[in-house]
Design a protein around this ligand. Structure first.
Ligand SMILES: Nc1ncnc2c1ncn2[C@@H]1O[C@H](COP(=O)(O)OP(=O)(O)OP(=O)(O)O)[C@@H](O)[C@H]1O
Ligand SMILES: [Mg+2]
Length: 267
């Protein structure tokens, strides 16, 4: 089966649930029997940490791909990908060196397309690739967006975060223009606390401004996500029957049915 979907999870604002969204959707997709590749583009390597891949400097990863002076081939990329302890999930990890990339290579011609080229080489091995971005619009996020056609934008349901979303959407528009492509965009309200009046009013504001791209449901606050992260497990596997995971399952159904064409396993 060939890979027909590359999704980027991005927002310039930090702490809005990007990594949690990436890992939980990956867990749910893996449970469907799909081969999932996770790409960690955040120098803080939270996603790699989830899968125990940030413990030492000998772990190869995205940095090696970006700084590779040879032509990007399967032989160069394969050693940078690790099978994880979760069935059907492989990881292309990050490390702190990635933080130097903007300065080192940000201006080099073609740098924005390195990840796209790398993923093109290994496409046939995966049904879907999910890319977790750092909360900065720089060469890393640009690489992710150039490689993908769908963008999932988690946004914390609070007014300050919505201001951050405005910036993110403007950046996406600029990039669409620059890359001459249009993304399928899905804004996902996260960390929704139904007890707070401020959350309800923030959701209303989100709905007014972004109803065309807004997923109509929410991801609730659920402490199981923190516990799952501490256990180095996707919440989909550690706490499958919790409110938070059920909400992500609904989101996935939405993404699969309404927005994105990805293969379903037959039989
Ligand atoms: N729905 C949720 N309910 C409760 N806690 C959550 C939820 N989503 C995420 N968290 C917790 O909030 C924190 C930030 O989440 P996460 O790391 O996914 O955000 P991020 O956008 O990737 O952050 P960064 O920008 O720093 O990479 C983590 O401790 C995570 O476990
Ligand atoms: Mg993160």
């Amino acid at each position: 089966m060939t890979c027909s979907a590359i999704w980027t999870v991005a927002n310039q604002k930090g702490g809005v649930g990007k990594t949690t969204t990436t890992v939980t959707l990956a867990g749910l997709l893996a449970k469907q029997g799909l081969q999932v590749l996770l790409v960690d583009l955040d120098p803080h390597a939270s996603l790699s940490h989830y899968f125990g891949l940030d413990e030492n400097d000998s772990v190869k990863g995205v940095f090696d791909i970006f700084t590779c002076s040879e032509k990007l081939t399967v032989d160069v990329i394969q050693p940078c990908i690790y099978a994880s302890h979760i069935d059907n999930i492989s990881v292309l990890p990050a490390n702190m060196n990635l933080a130097t990339l903007d300065g080192q290579l940000g201006q080099s011609p073609g740098m924005g397309l390195a990840l796209k080229q790398a993923l093109h080489c290994i496409k046939p091995w995966y049904d879907i690739v999910l890319i977790d971005c750092p909360p900065i619009l720089g060469v890393l996020m640009i690489n992710a967006l150039a490689a993908s056609s769908q963008v999932i934008i988690p946004v914390q349901t609070e007014h300050l975060a919505i201001r951050g979303l405005d910036k993110m959407m403007q950046s996406l528009l600029l990039l669409e223009h620059k890359l001459s492509k249009q993304f399928v965009k899905t804004v996902v309200p996260t960390l929704f606390d139904k007890r707070l009046r401020a959350t309800a009013s923030a959701y209303k504001a989100l709905h007014q401004q972004y109803h065309q791209t807004l997923w109509s449901d929410v991801i609730p606050i659920d402490t199981h996500f923190r516990d799952a992260s501490a256990a180095h497990m996707p919440a989909s596997h550690q706490f499958p029957n919790t409110r938070g995971v059920r909400a992500y399952a609904k989101l996935l159904t939405y993404l699969q049915q309404h927005k994105v064409t990805i293969p379903h396993v037959v039989g």
